[in-house]
Design a protein around this ligand. Structure first.
Ligand SMILES: *Cc1c(COP(=O)(O)O)cnc(C)c1O
Length: 365
């Protein structure tokens, strides 16, 4: 019998959004009729200039990428007004989360996060045998964070803003207040995976890496997977003072993103038109989801992201709704595993959203 590390006993494998292929196979629905609104991907796809860059770079597939990733760091440094040595690139910001966890956690440490937040924080912490501490609320509340911090002295404090899977956000003022009250021996992670959407909605919720770079124990995380439409390329980044970045670099495998991913991200970071177009579509569609909830008598969380979370009353069961939608070819995220009678829906194109509303109305009828 293989003796696996005992930390594995506590870990539930991350459940990713169901792929289109699965719905086609299991329910015999043709791929064109499947609507995937489960993983917060960009509904308009990938920028045309990125596609061109992928084709141009196809004949470099046999070459290892530039391991310094200088050109991408340069683009990010320009975008955020920081230095190249403030930046580490990961295979998704997920990989940067893994570097952070491995760099500071062991079986004697704790991590602190909100009651309902990104599932990978817990999984990476458990891989290191660390203890998980959660606040009472899914919102990031100053008093709750500071009380839990004082009691447990966690090595990592997670602030996911905007928060996934709830969609709410924490204002810049509030985030900085929390950071200032946390001791400098804990790493504070500000996960801005959806920051492009929050910034477009309300400046008070817009946090740029530069707003928090003065704190030596704070790292900002960003990703190309959401607004930039590159979920399939796996590119994310962390931005912090160079001493913190240098330590994280010790955890990084060489060539941790591919030649094509690197080319795609470099091109994507330059295409602001595509981001603007994505945000505009999002803004014109999300109101329909709010109206739909009101008309049908259930609550939603005001969203600062590219998804919306519907919170159901007791007589509506999120698991039944998610399963029934799936059989109709509509993939959304059931939040029952997070302890919520709720579903999370990525805002799609106008046509995808029409399909969602039509099927959802049938399910609850
Ligand atoms: C999607 C997401 C990430 C990371 O995504 P990658 O594809 O690994 O870059 C990180 N944090 C949150 C909150 C997310 O929703």
């Amino acid at each position: 019998m293989i003796k696996f590390s005992k930390v594995l006993q506590n870990i539930k494998t991350y459940e990713a959004g169901k792929p289109i292929e699965l719905v086609v196979r299991e329910f015999g629905i043709s791929p064109e009729d499947v609507v995937k609104l489960a993983s917060n991907e960009n509904p308009i796809g990938t920028s045309p200039s990125v596609k061109k860059a992928l084709i141009t770079n196809a004949d470099k597939a046999h070459l290892y990428p530039d391991d310094s990733m200088f050109e991408l760091k340069d683009a990010l440094a320009l975008k955020y007004d920081v230095k190249e040595n403030n930046i580490i690139i990961g295979a998704g910001s997920d990989q940067v989360l893994e570097f952070i966890s491995r760099a500071v956690l062991d079986e004697n440490s704790a991590v602190l996060m909100s009651a309902v937040t990104f599932a990978m924080y817990e999984i990476y912490a458990k891989q290191m045998g660390a203890k998980i501490v959660r606040t009472m609320s899914y919102e990031h509340k100053y008093a709750e964070f500071i009380e839990a911090y004082e009691m447990h002295k966690p090595k990592i404090v997670y602030i996911c803003t905007p928060n996934n899977p709830t969609g709410d956000a924490t204002s810049k003022v509030e985030v900085i207040k929390i950071i200032k009250a946390i001791g400098s021996e804990a790493i504070v992670v500000v996960d801005g995976a959806y920051m492009e959407y929050a910034s477009a909605k309300d400046k008070a919720y817009s946090i740029s890496p530069n707003d928090i770079l003065e704190f030596p124990n704070v790292i900002y995380l960003g990703t190309f997977s959401k607004a930039y439409g590159l979920g399939g390329m796996r590119v994310g980044y962390g931005i912090a003072q160079k001493e913190l970045i240098e330590q994280l670099y010790k955890m990084r495998p060489p060539f941790n993103i591919s030649t094509l991913s690197l080319a795609a991200a470099i091109e994507a970071s330059k295409d602001e038109t595509f981001i603007k177009k994505s945000i505009l579509l999002h803004q014109s569609e999300i109101g329909r989801y709010e109206t739909f909830a009101k008309e049908n008598g259930f609550a939603y969380i005001d969203s600062y992201t590219n998804f919306i979370t519907y919170m159901f009353p007791e007589d509506m069961d999120s698991t039944y709704i998610a399963d029934t939608l799936l059989k109709k070819g509509v993939i959304i995220r059931n939040l029952a595993s997070y302890g919520l009678n709720a579903i999370r829906i990525t805002i799609g194109t106008e046509k995808q959203n029409d399909t969602f509303f039509r099927h959802f109305a049938e399910v609850i009828a």
